[in-house]
Design a protein around this ligand. Structure first.
Ligand code: NAP
Ligand code: ZN
Length: 335
């Protein structure tokens, strides 16, 4: 097997530089994927900047990967050469713990992220455990499907797990890579959908993507007006916010689910959860099985990322634009 070429970051916040590594012998349970597209998730930016203290340098970011299988390990029975597959945040898990056996591999204590302690998708090739290379429905285009592999599953999973249905009222907070897919999936589930955004200029597009209503969160009065309105609020924002106002915006038994991690503890009055039996929750990506289901739903309901395409060599430009909240709505690198 030959070397893998990509773009790596060598220190917190540094620019990506050309980088190559020798992946060694292909492991029995691995596939090697020739990458055609890779989305730029904000989690890549958090890893580049070491916001979570888990980054291991040097590493190649990228975990919204689409490509074709060019190498199949000797024990792999579920994938074939030439197959088009996607890979998300997770590249491996133990395969034998209770969570792996339940098909909830995202909860495995030995889960291996695609680009923490390994090299990810800002590259020409990548290797993962074959269980985490998910075939794509033929009707999905690779560029608009790549962001589904992390952004898409992260918003699909809570909609499904909190049982959103046509009578549900759902709010999506932060209309970026995750949020713009959240609007589309919430619409596909039949919900009444509200977009919460700091960017007034996203209103028209948010409505095209599935929002019935738009709340400008720079206007604090606007958040007060929607008190008692939502069954599920899904926050994709990684900044501190007025969490109490969002709890107040829930209906009885409503859930505030965070998928973006705010830097500070969330100040919420316990009493405000009790009488109306409200829930504050978190959600973590989704299993390969759930990704497969999500891709089928996306194909059937026309859910696709709105993308800005960059050549792989221009990955630094894409990362800079993500940091400035200027991408509409997902940067995708192409080889
Ligand atoms: P993104 O494309 O940068 O979008 C984030 C959006 O948040 C922005 O477009 C913006 O939307 C809003 N925002 C940004 N700064 C804000 C601020 N200071 N105050 C309020 N809103 C702000 O990021 P993404 O790729 O969607 O990722 C979002 C977060 O989810 C990241 O923290 C990422 O690490 C996390 N994530 C979690 C999981 C998981 O499994 N839980 C998986 C993937 C990603 P508006 O312009 O509409 O305000
Ligand atoms: Zn991601």
């Amino acid at each position: 097997m030959s070397e893998i070429h990509g773009l790596a970051v060598h220190a917190a916040g540094a620019h990506l530089l050309a980088y190559k590594y020798d992946p060694g012998e292909l492991q029995a349970n691995e596939v090697e994927i020739k990458i055609s597209h890779c989305g730029v998730c904000h989690s890549d930016v958090h890893l580049i900047d070491n916001d979570w203290g888990i980054s291991k340098y040097p590493f190649i970011p990228g975990h919204e990967i689409v490509g074709t299988i060019v190498g199949v390990g000797s024990a792999v029975k579920d994938r074939t050469m030439g197959e088009r597959v996607g890979v998300g945040w997770q590249a491996d898990s133990c395969g034998i713990c209770e969570w792996c056996r339940q098909g909830q591999e995202q909860l495995c204590a030995k889960a291996q992220p695609t680009c923490v302690g390994r090299n990810g998708g800002f590259a020409d090739k990548v290797r993962v455990n074959s269980r985490f290379a998910v075939p794509l429905p033929s009707t999905l285009e690779s560029e608009s499907a790549a962001p589904l592999l992390c952004g898409g599953i992260t918003v699909y999973s809570p909609l499904r797990n909190y049982e959103v249905r046509p009578s549900s009222r759902v709010g999506v907070i932060g209309i970026g890579g995750l949020g713009h897919l959240g609007l589309q999936f919430a619409k596909a589930f039949g919900a009444e959908v509200t977009a919460f955004s700091t960017s007034k200029d996203k209103e028209a597009e948010a409505k095209q993507l599935g929002a019935h209503h738009f709340v400008n969160t720079r206007d604090t009065g606007a958040l007060k007006k929607v008190a008692g309105s939502f069954d599920l609020l899904l926050s994709t924002v990684s900044a501190d916010q007025d969490w109490q106002a969002y709890v107040n915006a829930l209906r009885p038994k409503g859930t505030l689910c965070i998928v973006g991690a705010p830097p500070s503890p969330m100040p919420i009055l316990g009493a405000s959860l009790i009488t109306s039996q409200k829930v504050v929750a978190g959600s973590n990506i989704g299993s390969p099985h759930e990704i497969s289901e999500m891709l089928d739903v996306a194909a059937r309901h026309g859910v696709k990322a709105v993308t800005e395409r960059f050549a792989m060599a221009k990955a630094n430009d894409a990362v800079t634009k993500v940091k400035k909240n200027q991408v509409r709505y997902r940067a995708v690198l192409t080889n």
